[in-house]
Design a protein around this ligand. Structure first.
Ligand code: ZN
Length: 171
């Protein structure tokens, strides 16, 4: 069973015990989380690797659903040639992007911008003392973007508190 802060039994039965219920009331688990946890546990029949995934949270940004799992489990989510992500996206009618939880900023950004590769990440200090993170992606911006850059900026802000500047550069 996909690992979450909720009891496996409660997710399976659909009837939450008081402890699980409190986690929802406190906002530790949102309705979206609940929906994604249930969807993932249904998907375990077809993709048993999901039983071993530590789920953290899901957030929506535009047409994208970002699914945060433990950084060690991202590769499991992306296994089966990307079939899991594709099937999940079809099921919920959104583009699914799997992100690493609990890793460093670079790892977070690598998954956020995949399939682009990152040439460099620089911190820019602004006169008011705040910082921006400049991400330089390798190559030219393609005509058809595989990553919605505005969505990426929003996710970096909401999940990591980072303000991004994105540039492309040939290595
Ligand atoms: Zn419970």
């Amino acid at each position: 069973m996909v690992k979450t802060v909720l009891d496996a039994f409660c997710i399976k039965s659909g009837i939450l015990c008081q402890k699980c219920q409190e986690k929802i009331e406190k906002g530790q688990i949102t309705d979206l989380d609940l929906k994604m946890i249930r969807t993932l546990s249904e998907f375990e029949k077809d993709f048993p690797v999901l039983q071993d995934v530590q789920y953290q949270k899901a957030v929506e940004a535009g047409e994208t659903l970002a699914l945060l799992v433990d950084r060690r489990d991202v590769s499991k989510m992306l296994s089966s040639g990307g079939k899991i992500v594709k099937a999940l996206g079809e099921q919920i009618g959104m583009r699914v992007r799997v992100l690493a939880y609990g890793g460093d900023a670079r790892q977070f950004l690598e998954y956020l911008f995949s399939p682009f590769s990152i040439l460099a990440i620089n911190t820019i200090w602004l006169p008011d003392g705040s910082t921006e993170t400049k991400v330089i992606l390798t190559g030219h911006p393609p005509k058809r973007m595989p990553v919605d850059l505005e969505v990426a900026k929003r996710l970096a802000h909401d999940l990591q508190g980072m303000t991004l500047r994105i540039e492309f550069e040939r290595p």
